[in-house]
Structure formats: C-alpha cells, structure tokens
Design a protein around this ligand. Structure first.
Ligand SMILES: Cc1ncc(COP(=O)(O)O)c(C=O)c1O
Length: 427
C-alpha cells in the first residue's frame, strides 16, 4: 500500500501520479474495467458534477436544469438508437444500483428468482448476500453444464415448473458464451415470469452487435454497467419494453437514486457516440483477441476452460490454474511483473474456496482499447506462462511487460486519440 504521510493535497496528486505510472507500464486484464477517452474525462470536471436533477427531463424537482435536460435527453436518444429499444433509463449510478432497481420493479418481497450461482459466474448482486437479499427474494440456482460452461436448459425447465420463479436472471460476471435467453424466455412465458438480463460485462459487445441481443431474444429488461466492455464512465443503464417503463422509472427514482452524477452522465453520452461510431470494429477485435489469447494459452499447456465451445465468444478467457497453486498465488505472482488480473471461482469450485479459487479470469477489452491485436495476445500468453512456470525471473519479465506496453498507451476507438494513463490537459 502507498502510505499517506503529510496530509497535503500534493501528496494525493503524487499518489495518483504513481498510480498512472504503474498502469502505464502494466498490462491491464481485469475483465470489469476499461478506459475513458479524453472527451469523456473532460465532462468529469465540469460543473455538472456539482448539481442535482431529480425527476425526469422537463419535469425536475429542482430549478437550474435547463442545460442538464439537454444532456439527459441526448443520453436517452442515443441509447435508444444504439440498442434499438423502446424505453431507456440512464440514471442508475452503477450496475448494482440498476440491478436493485430492476428487482424492485419486477418482484415483491418473498418472490423466488432464478439466478446463476457465483462459482458458475453469477454476480453477488443476483444472490441473497446482496441486491436479491435486500429485496427479500428467495434464490434458486440454475443447473449448470460444466462441459459447455452454460445453463442446462432442460434441467432448468424442470426446476422452474416446480419453483415458479417470478424472474429469471441472466447475464454473468464470468461470461464466456451467449446464454440461452430465447429458451429461458419460452419457459418464463409458460409460468408468466419475467426475464432480466444483466449485461454489465457484455454491454459494449452488445452495442457493437457482436454478442447476443437479449431483448431481441425475449428478455424483458436489460441492465448493465457502462464501464466494462462499454468504455464509458462508471454508471449504468436500464433498457426495457415500453410496458415496463413506469415501473422501472419509479424503481430508479425515487426508488434507488436521488442525485444521478450528471458529470458522468455527460461523459456517458460521449462514450455512446464513440460506441456508435467505432463499436463494431472495437467489439469484433475484442472477440478476436480473446480467442487468440485462449488458443495460445492452450497451446502453451494451460487448462483453458470452455474448450468444447471454442473457449470464448466474449472479452473473457478463464483458466483453471490449480496446477500452479490456484488463482490467488497466480494473480499475486503476475501482479509482481505488472500483469494485472483477478483470481476467480470456477463452476466446480465451492463458494468457500473464494480466497484461493481454482481460476483466473482475463479480460481483453482494455488492452483492445489501447490498440493491441492478436500478435500482442500471443506475447501476453507467453509472459503469463513464463511467470507461472518460473521459466524466467521477475525482473526480466517486468522488463518484457514494459517493452510490450510502451507502444500501447494511447486510447483508440475514439474521435481524438489521447494518453491512457496521464492527467489530461483538460481546461
Ligand atoms: C454481472 C455484473 N453485474 C453487476 C456488476 C456490478 O457493477 P457495478 O460495479 O457497476 O455496480 C458486476 C461487476 O463487475 C457484474 O459483473
């Protein structure tokens, strides 16, 4: 940990600067993170970040929102256009907040929902420990097919007919492949249940039309963070059919937000414009990169999961690293050479294994945003292998990471390329 000594603003700026220099020479592979462009960052320091705009465009509870309404109206219009959807709410300030709102809109306390367990890839907010629990929901887990790393639809149907869930939650934190949205939606309509897809991880791939389109396949509501594969500020959106508009909107406000972070809302509009212009090429390259990384790791001898289904169709690659001591020591070892990723539970793990699960999860969306392609994925696979198999020492590998990364510190897929890890010259 970096220690705080003098309690001066300058010291905090120095820590931030050190963080920037650290990331400049690191390979960022956390699957839930990304970089915003200079244009998005300019919005962060605007006066919008000091204001409130409770309510809807044109119907605010505070005065002074004339221009803010323009920003939120633009956010709504571009989101509808990108996702080709009837209703959008752009106010949630994070993915978990959006999930809580969706549960408030779609369920009553005591209802049952069907969710993915955390080892099988589900997010904690889909479970009793978090948002689902806050709403007082009973959670039944999907049966999972470890061979194809996906939901077992036939078994799901049997369980669903017995348990009668009110909502089927789809979309995961570990998500290698499209999920059976169409099939689950058919089951849902048999028992008059709703389908809620949490697209936090894959929102940018959906926007780029390179992943399944859950609302077209039958989901009723889709929510997602706007800062993972979608390279915007840290907040979220909720998309739905028109008939659910009122329920969703009141669940968001006054349900779970008051202030909705208007500076990052403006940044979101810019990120959405970038996504509209560059999203297709960006999403396509992400999937190519993820596939190449998975194949190369497999060739090097790693136990890359999902082989039967082609390893991955998303931004993620998951590897069982039990033979190298488990996810915890592997992630820590890689951190020492400035390769930043996280340990991850895999479907065969027990939730109690979370301190040292068998897996690591790798996301290639951020390295794609700084311009890396298939060749760089091969180098990353080799570096990871050399580190975990002790073929090379730490200082040599840190140098190799530095040499690889130094050519990739500019943000791409944007209107104005800019340095990724520096204080922007914004004023
Ligand atoms: C599937 C899923 N939903 C929700 C979240 C939480 O998103 P946020 O951090 O925006 O609250 C995550 C976090 O990674 C996630 O993986």
């Amino acid at each position: 940990m970096s220690e705080f000594k003098n309690s001066t603003p300058a010291e905090i700026f120095e820590i931030i600067d050190q963080h920037h220099r650290f990331f400049e020479k690191s390979i960022p592979l956390i699957a839930s993170e990304n970089l915003t462009s200079i244009a998005v960052r300019r919005c962060f320091i605007s006066d919008l970040g000091h204001r409130y705009a409770e309510g809807k465009v044109g119907k605010r509870f505070y005065q002074g929102c004339y221009f803010i309404d323009g920003v939120e109206d633009a956010a709504i219009k571009i989101t509808k256009e990108i996702f080709d959807v009837e209703h959008v709410n752009v106010q949630p300030i994070s993915g978990v907040v959006a999930n809580i709102a969706a549960f408030f809109a779609l369920t009553k306390p005591g209802d049952t929902i069907m969710s993915m367990s955390v080892p099988c890839g589900g997010h904690i907010s889909h479970d009793r420990i978090s948002a689902a629990g806050i709403r007082g929901l009973k959670v039944v887990y999907y049966p999972f097919d470890n061979d194809v790393i996906n939901i077992d639809v036939d078994e799901t149907r049997k369980i669903a007919l017995k348990e009668k869930p009110k909502v089927f939650v789809l979309g995961s934190s570990l998500i290698l492949f499209p999920q059976p949205v169409k099939e689950i939606s058919e089951i849902a309509s048999e028992i008059e249940a709703r389908v809620f897809y949490d697209a936090s991880h894959v929102l940018g791939l959906i926007a780029g039309r390179e992943f399944q389109a859950p609302l077209k396949e039958g989901a009723d509501v889709l929510a997602g963070s706007t800062h993972k594969t979608f390279f915007g500020p840290q907040r979220a959106i909720i998309l739905s059919k028109k008939e659910l508009a009122k329920k969703i909107d009141t669940a968001v406000f006054p349900g779970v937000i008051s202030n909705h972070h208007l500076n990052t809302l403006a940044g979101y509009v810019i990120a959405a414009m970038e996504m509209k212009e560059f999203g297709k090429a960006y999403a396509r390259q992400i999937i190519r990169n993820a596939k190449r990384l998975a194949e190369e790791m497999k060739e090097l001898g790693f136990n890359v999961i999902g082989e039967r289904a082609g390893f991955t169709e998303s931004h993620q690659v998951a590897v069982d690293v039990t033979e190298f001591g488990g996810g915890d020591p592997v992630a820590k070892k890689l951190e020492k050479i400035n390769v930043i990723l996280n340990k991850n539970l895999l479907p065969w793990d027990n939730i109690s294994d979370s301190r040292n699960p068998s897996g690591i999860r790798i996301g290639v969306q951020e390295v794609t945003r700084i311009g890396m392609k298939e060749g760089e994925m091969e180098r990353i696979a080799e570096i990871i292998y050399d580190a975990v198999s002790n073929r090379k020492g730490e200082s040599q590998l840190r140098q190799e990471v530095y040499d690889l990364k130094k050519e990739f510190n500019m943000i791409k897929y944007t209107f104005e390329e800019s340095p990724a890890y520096k204080f922007p010259d914004i004023c």
